[in-house]
Design a binder for this molecule. Structure first.
Ligand code: PXP
Length: 242
């Protein structure tokens, strides 16, 4: 059964709407941890539009569960990761104009940089996951360049509308999972997962971690973040056992 890492970037987005000091993502992380989250995920973007350097520093000092730093392979950000040494980094592509991470990391085009970043992270005992579209070439490249895990982009599954499309996307994710496992990597999944579409993903055998942000933070506005996190954990546990 997969475990849940909660992406708390949106807490910082609300803070930045007023350039104020609340709500503090560090408080959110503590609440998620109290609800039973396996990990906390934050994306330190180059433009620092939500999570900032102080946040990752304080989270690195205070998060007792797993801290998963989502990041691009830009040198400045890689240096921050070397400094704070989170338990895990998830490598993503990053475009300034995007609302959220759009595609997966192109592990073929960026092979030599990927290899270098993996080497530097491993030197500091940091696990490396690559966020990729569920395609053979990226899975093979991620394995070849030493990634410990891949995070399968579930965006196309989340956007699928008809039962046929949903079925096809699930099969695609399963095939990618099988290849990832065959290549001796851990397989994570995330993006666009919600309380409504989580069931088949939670039920998918041998996924290790799920990264979920928007849906949990959106619900937390109404029910509180600890309750929103606990509800998602209950769903993953329920469907993960089926
Ligand atoms: N995984 C990765 C690599 C992401 O970039 C994001 C979005 O920040 C997520 C998971 C979470 O996606 P969502 O906010 O749609 O749950």
């Amino acid at each position: 059964m997969p475990v849940l890492n909660i992406n708390i970037d949106h807490i910082a987005t609300v803070r930045q709407a007023r350039r104020a000091d609340e709500p503090d993502p560090v408080w959110a992380a503590a609440q998620c941890e109290l609800a039973g989250a396996n990990g906390i995920t934050v994306h330190l973007r180059q433009d620092r539009r939500h999570i900032n350097d102080r946040d990752v520093q304080v989270l690195a000092e205070t998060v007792a569960c797993k801290l998963n730093l989502e990041m691009s392979m830009e040198e400045e950000i890689v240096c921050v990761a070397e400094g704070i040494q989170p338990e895990q980094v998830t490598l993503v592509p990053e475009k300034r104009e995007e609302l959220t991470t759009e595609g997966g990391l192109d592990c073929v085009t960026w092979a030599s940089r990927l290899k270098e970043v993996v080497r530097r992270m491993h030197k500091r005992g940091v696990l490396v996951s690559a966020f990729i579209t569920p395609e053979k070439k990226h899975i093979i490249a991620a394995a070849r360049h030493g990634c410990d895990a891949i995070e399968l982009h579930t965006g196309q599954y989340a956007n699928a509308e008809t039962p046929k499309e949903i079925y096809q996307q699930l099969k695609r994710l399963e095939a990618a999972r099988d290849l990832g496992l065959k290549k001796k990597m851990l397989v994570h999944a995330g993006h666009g997962l919600t309380y409504r579409n989580i069931a088949p993903i939670a039920a998918m055998q041998d996924l290790s971690e799920l990264n979920i942000g928007h849906s949990i933070i959106a619900r937390s506005v109404f029910v509180g973040i600890r309750e929103a996190a606990a509800e998602m954990i209950r769903l993953i546990d329920k469907f993960g056992k089926t």
